[in-house]
Design a protein around this ligand. Structure first.
Ligand code: FPP
Length: 236
């Protein structure tokens, strides 16, 4: 195997966008202001991913655990999502971006679910970048829903195989490949119940930069670092 990554550009980049609250606090602003500025980073990174020819960009926007935040913040985040999805839909169309949302969507408001469904339907045929938003998602939830799907299709008979379970994960069911590169901003070095199964062989990249400050140059630095990594998948 070569000394460096044999596939220099990751096919799927995923980002745990962290540090919005701290970014706001450092400036004496409300946490929500950090989320609003974070949307600008979402835009910048989406644009750069498309420019670089990355096929899949996924963003951990709201975890199942995030439902436990103060109601006011949850509501602000949810209304930001509705606003953003509706505002960005024409841009997705113009730039050939396919928009996909994955997670335990039953917990979302009807208004947000409608916005998501409309945007997904409108962009389903686009062939450029696929932008995936993980909303109300957790890796453990994904594994359990996959197991339940397999059980239901097996009629409760026999053992669940690894292949069956893998195929029933929400990402695989939506034909999204496992992430090659997972970026986490804000200096936290943990996976926080994100794509637990899918990240078995993912390369991690941690940076101290807070999400609202993570733009094109910071994204480029992560891609440059990825290109130097040697991926062996447990082999020599
Ligand atoms: C983490 O920062 C960020 C979130 C939980 C929300 C991410 C949401 C956005 C960037 C805005 C909405 C995005 C879209 C795509 C519409 P934190 O609040 O945990 O920050 P902290 O760790 O500093 O408190």
């Amino acid at each position: 195997m070569s000394a460096t990554n044999n596939n220099l550009l990751p096919q799927h980049v995923s980002i745990i966008m962290d540090g919005n609250g701290r970014w706001a606090k450092q400036r004496g602003k409300e946490r929500t202001e950090g989320h609003i500025e974070g949307v600008e980073s979402v835009r910048a990174c989406t644009e750069y991913a498309a420019e670089r020819g990355i096929k899949y960009l996924s963003l951990f926007a709201f975890s199942e655990e995030n439902w436990g935040r103060p109601q006011e913040e949850v509501e602000a985040l949810m209304s930001l999502m509705v606003k953003c999805i509706s505002a960005e839909t024409p841009t997705f169309t113009k730039n050939n971006i396919r928009f996909v949302v994955l997670g335990n969507l039953e917990r979302l408001s009807e208004g947000l679910r409608t916005e998501i469904a409309d945007c997904m339907a409108l962009t389903a045929g686009n062939t450029g970048l696929t932008l995936i938003l993980f909303l109300s998602y957790s890796g453990k939830w994904d594994i359990v829903q996959a197991a339940n799907r397999v059980l239901a299709s097996n009629g409760g008979e026999g053992e669940i195989t690894m292949e069956q379970l893998e195929a029933a994960l929400c990402t695989r069911a939506a034909a999204i490949p496992d992430p090659d590169l997972l970026i986490r901003t804000s200096g936290e070095m943990r996976i926080s119940n994100y794509m637990l199964w899918q990240s078995a062989y993912t390369e991690y990249y941690f940076t101290d930069i807070l999400w609202p400050d993570f733009r094109k140059n910071e994204f480029k630095a992560a891609l440059d670092e990825y290109a130097k990594r040697e991926r062996r998948y447990g082999k020599v």
